[in-house]
Design a protein around this ligand. Structure first.
Ligand SMILES: [Mg+2]
Length: 210
């Protein structure tokens, strides 16, 4: 008999939070470059904006400052969907690749926008930091957890979830995730309205086990 899994993995940046749009405000303010959102065809915003390596590092440092993170706007239509899933008995696990030192401000941001969640986990999704002596976990540690489905914008993470963890993924359509082909466990959705409408299909992808 399989045990019931009712935990939904939800990414934070560019799924719940308009991170890339805020990055573009910072790129214009700090580096004098005006780049359109649709031009962000690489997951690395600095790279998409044609910044030099040093400037990419500086951009990464600036956008992770508490004042900048707190100022980011939410993806408004996500908030009602998460609340609805919680009311239906699902547990919302927010899983982010932000650096471990951003936990406190990220939790403050979630509270500020009243975003429902049962847990908040930092994972070294992109080999950007060490998890030693932090509350963050590695991808290997993440892979021992169970999720009924996941909402992500990152192609590498969507494939990790789908291939390594056999988790159905709702990939939210973004300019930087257009290069992917078909994958039977990854569905592409235009926005949160489409993801909400697709919840029954995501359940079916999980073998009907929720
Ligand atoms: Mg993201």
């Amino acid at each position: 008999m399989t045990t019931v899994c009712r935990t939904i993995y939800v990414d934070l940046d560019d799924v719940l939070c308009q991170a890339a749009r805020h990055f573009l405000i910072v790129v214009e303010r700090e580096f004098g470059k005006r780049i359109a959102y649709e031009q962000l065809t690489n997951f690395d915003v600095g790279h998409s904006c044609g910044l030099a390596a040093d400037d990419c590092d500086e951009l990464y440092r600036i956008v992770h400052r508490p004042d900048e993170l707190l100022r980011m706007t939410p993806v408004n239509e996500a908030i009602a969907v998460l609340k609805q899933w919680e009311e239906q008995g699902f547990d919302i696990a927010i899983v982010t690749g932000r650096p471990p030192e951003s936990v406190e401000v990220s939790l403050a941001w979630l509270a500020k926008h009243r975003i429902s969640h049962g847990s908040f986990t930092v994972v070294d999704k992109y080999s950007r930091f060490t998890t030693d002596n932090t509350n963050a976990i590695t991808l290997t540690e993440l892979s021992t957890r169970r999720f009924c489905w996941a909402v992500e914008d990152s192609l590498p993470m969507a494939h990790f979830l789908a291939d390594e963890m056999r988790v159905p993924v709702a990939l939210i359509d973004r300019p930087w995730n257009q290069s992917d082909g078909e994958h039977f466990r990854i569905g592409r959705y235009r926005d949160w309205h489409a993801i909400s409408a697709a919840a029954p299909a995501l359940i079916a992808l999980n073998g009907g086990r929720v």
